[in-house]
Design a protein around this ligand. Structure first.
Ligand code: PGA
Length: 254
């Protein structure tokens, strides 16, 4: 059975004090109110990871993730942070190829393939992001774009390695815009991605891969999105910055 994962990506938000407050609230609410089986992953800025990890250590539902990592293992790369370092601070998941990293920091598929390897070599799970821009969707190029992102970033992996990957489909036009893909649009893409994995590996592996949806997920649309057969959770941005709205999304996953 594939894992359901709700992840909250804080991006570049929250002081340490604000972040700790938010995590305590989320953790307490989940203990009291959540009986489901989804994994809840908090993805704060790097410098808060160690503190978040300690705070949630006793909560079996929760885990901590990172928003990025270096493609290198160690060495003279000023300002970079390796997957091994993140692991030593309690990180379990690392986002690779978020559209903001692709757009503002020039991260491209070949580089993301190396980062994916770095995450897997550290024994962690990559959350590999893919998604088309509005222009690409309107010109009907979205399937081609997604196939390229996934094949160039991930299809060098063997089946055992691939089974550790989580995929997040995040249409760029839906991120932070308040505009969500309809459940039918998201389901169509998730099924397409599962089809690509089936073609490259096999149906059993494809069936086991968690594919999250991301892009303006909120309490109001989460249950409907999660009702689709190929949507296995969410990568949440804005709505993860407030405990009530984030927990409401988690609770929408039965
Ligand atoms: P959003 O961000 O929920 O604010 O649209 C999602 C993301 O970037 O992962």
């Amino acid at each position: 059975m594939r894992k359901k994962i709700i992840a909250g990506n804080w991006k570049m938000n929250k002081s340490l004090e604000e972040g700790m407050g938010l995590v305590s609230e989320v953790s307490n609410m989940l203990k009291d109110e959540y009986k489901g089986s989804a994994k809840v992953v908090i993805i704060p800025p790097f410098i808060h990871i160690n503190s978040v990890s300690k705070l949630i250590a006793e909560n079996p539902v929760m885990a901590v993730g990172a928003q990025n990592c270096s493609n290198h293992k160690s060495g003279a790369y000023t300002g970079e942070i390796s997957a091994d370092m993140l692991k030593s601070c309690g990180t379990k998941y690392i986002i690779i190829g978020h559209s903001e990293r692709r757009q503002y920091f020039g991260e491209h598929n070949a580089w993301l393939a190396q980062k994916t390897d770095a995450v897997l070599n550290a024994g962690l799970n990559p959350i590999y992001c893919c998604g088309e821009t509005l222009e690409e969707r309107e010109s009907n190029a979205h399937f081609t774009v997604l196939e390229k992102q996934i094949s160039e970033g991930l299809f060098h992996l063997n089946a055992t390695q691939f089974s550790e990957v989580v995929i997040a489909y995040e249409p760029v036009w839906a991120i932070g815009t308040g505009k969500t893909a309809s459940t039918a649009q998201a389901q169509e893409i998730h099924a397409f991605i599962r089809g690509l994995i089936t073609k490259k590996y096999d149906a059993a592996l494809a069936d086991n891969i968690t594919i999250q949806y991301g892009g303006s997920v909120k309490a109001e649309n989460a249950a409907e999105l999660f009702s689709a057969p190929d949507i296995d959770g969410a990568l949440v941005g804005g709505a993860a910055l407030e405990s009530r709205s984030f927990v409401a999304i988690v609770k929408a996953m039965a």
